[in-house]
Design a protein around this ligand. Sequence first.
Ligand SMILES: Nc1ncnc2c1ncn2[C@@H]1O[C@H](COP(=O)(O)OP(=O)(O)O[C@H]2O[C@H](CO)[C@@H](O)[C@H](O)[C@H]2O)[C@@H](O)[C@H]1O
Length: 749
Amino acid sequence: MASIGSLPSILETKRESFILLHGRSQQRPRFPFLWYRPQRAFSFAVSNGGFSLRFKPVRATAKEGVNDDGSDDPLQATIEKSKKVLALQRDLLQQISERRKLVSSISSSSFDQEIDRTSYDQRESSLQPDNASTSRKNILEQQNGNGGIVPSSYVDSTADELPETASSAVSRSYFKGEEEFEQPKSPKTDSSVKNSTKQPKDASSEKSFLTNTLEVSVINDEKTEGSNESASPEVNNVGSDSMTEHAKPPPLAGANVMNVILVAAECAPWSKTGGLGDVAGSLPKALARRGHRVMVVAPRYGNYAEPQLVGVQKRYKVDGQDHEVSYFHAFIDGVDFVFIECSMFRHMEGNIYGGNRLDILKRMILFCKAAAEVPWHVPCGGICYGDGNLVFIANDWHTALLPVYLKAYYRDNGLMQFTRSILVIHNIAHQGRGPVDDFSYVDLPEHYIDMFKLYDPVGGDHFNIFAAGLKTADRVVTVSHGYAWELKTSEGGWGLHSIINENDWKLRGIVNGIDTKEWNPVLDVHLTSDGYTNYSLETLETGKPQCKAALQKELGLPIRPDVPVIGFIGRLDHQKGVDLIAEAIPWMMDQDVQLVMLGTGRKDLEQMLKQFESHYNDKVRGWVGFSVKTAHRITAGVDILLMPSRFEPCGLNQLYAMMYGTVPVVHAVGGLRDTVQPFDPFNESGFGWTFDSAEGSKLIHALGNCLFTYREYKESWKGLQRRGMMQDLSWDHAAEIYEEVLIAAKYQW
Ligand SMILES: Nc1ncnc2c1ncn2[C@@H]1O[C@H](COP(=O)(O)OP(=O)(O)O[C@H]2O[C@H](CO)[C@@H](O)[C@H](O)[C@H]2O)[C@@H](O)[C@H]1O
């Protein structure tokens, strides 16, 4: 059976066919190329980056009897050449047909769907190894050929067995059928907004070159001699498979479905200190909607309600000491969430990155060591992911050791040969730095030290985890195009710019999306009480003022519909530019505005927030703390969101704001520049205001224009709100691009 790994050979076959047909250098004919042979001919047409192959009868032309290289005995040469070409095409059709059989054997079996659901439901109720999940394992194994892995630890949780590898994996979402691919609901209605057309494509419009290789049509049913005979059954096969596909659309990812494990130190809603938690909680769901089998692995900091204990324990060494870990699992919105339980993580929910440098380093070493083996040890739906067709997505320095361990512990030793890693940079400012001696904690062969060692003009040589992760990951992603560019500069790369430049070939900027169930004024659960209300584009003009009044009431501010309310939500640190707001405060307080700020972080900045509130009690509220509910309510209740960040890899709050009809005023850096197109009053376009350098005066200028428009140009304001709300900010588009990176990683050696 052809495996997914046969792509290169398919392409090679195509390339050879092309060379045979067209020669190696000169005389490249135009497509579609029609090549003469007596009685019948075939043409190659290139469409969408793929080939379609057509047999078609042709008449003898003026060129009849002349070989294309002008040699003698043209008929014989032609026959020889046609035999070679047809042999190659037969091969190609064979491979295509096998792939189709593989796909249709997976997708067409309603038996699979039923049993998959049954076994999964049973597992959900017990979450212990049982007959149902064992039968699911058998089914998956039959479908996989060699199946995923059910390690012996599944039976004997303490055994230290050597893992097997699985060469292919099957997406659970794939089995679950069409409902997995439902579009997320969105409040937008206006099709005039250009981004709003970004919907997940249906299978027929997939651009995947793998899928396109399947675009073979044969339009000649004439009886043929020799080699053509064997092509015919393949042709029929292709036709019937097409019908099967028509009845049951394949996953959006097409033939590129793979196993994906996102590993992050935080994952909303269970654990969150900022945007990383949001991304870990939502990107995987979008990948699952595309048909991939997706897992998130995060530490278990607290007693979470949904995840249930899995009967597997393992031990990992950190700093010479054995640590026992166990695993909790929940299957939610098509994603397997696996939480690693260990004494080191317990009760850290309020202090995820707390403790001294070594404390957190050890936690992350343990986490990465354990996470790397989750696909071997933790059965999800009764069956482990296995390490074939698998890509890890690590996030920030906390999990940047994972690509290093993947290489040093496994791939260097002939294990996990088909597993790849992608490292996502959410914030390069935090790198896991320490003295070179810290290398002794990470348990790696001595020669690996060079990966971690980095020279710092201030501190000299130091140990840098992000540096090693960037070098060893198969691909690197960052969360916007603007930030991808900034990372390569000495100002934006924070000492890692040289490494990033050296690895530019594997870097890609992908703008984050948002969870449109979680952050949606239509569905927001935090807007259903205390005078708040859900609202949509249609009810914006009543719903948003109601939320504004509820916010003013809740915070004890004068309830005034006419006063512009300005908001800020974020970590209180240098990055977020809170001090720029402080610079602008005297000017702001001269305006008729209200200001609401929510954040935690640096103690001096927390103090500053409290001072603002006490000095300007009738106008300012400074809420020091971390409150998801309040963040949602502020986003809905304010008119303007300020984001004067000094740097901002992507920024999620401006996306949330636009989704809620709140107009952003941002410093045009990183993802803020990518996502907030400045308002153009002449064309009535754009989403907010930007300023081009992190200075208080620039912020004042942009905010001044914004306030002026709010007061004097009501229709323009409504347009800004509506355009913001009508964008498609969901993860679906980003997930499609992530998929391209997954594929690139998969075929990289
Ligand atoms: N006090 C508080 N109470 C409640 N909620 C609070 C809060 N403070 C912040 N939040 C929430 O935390 C999230 C912050 O996300 P951001 O993307 O703005 O920043 P962060 O810098 O953490 O993330 C990094 O990673 C993300 C994800 O890639 C990038 O977008 C970003 O640029 C990068 O700096 C938002 O959901 C926000 O509502």
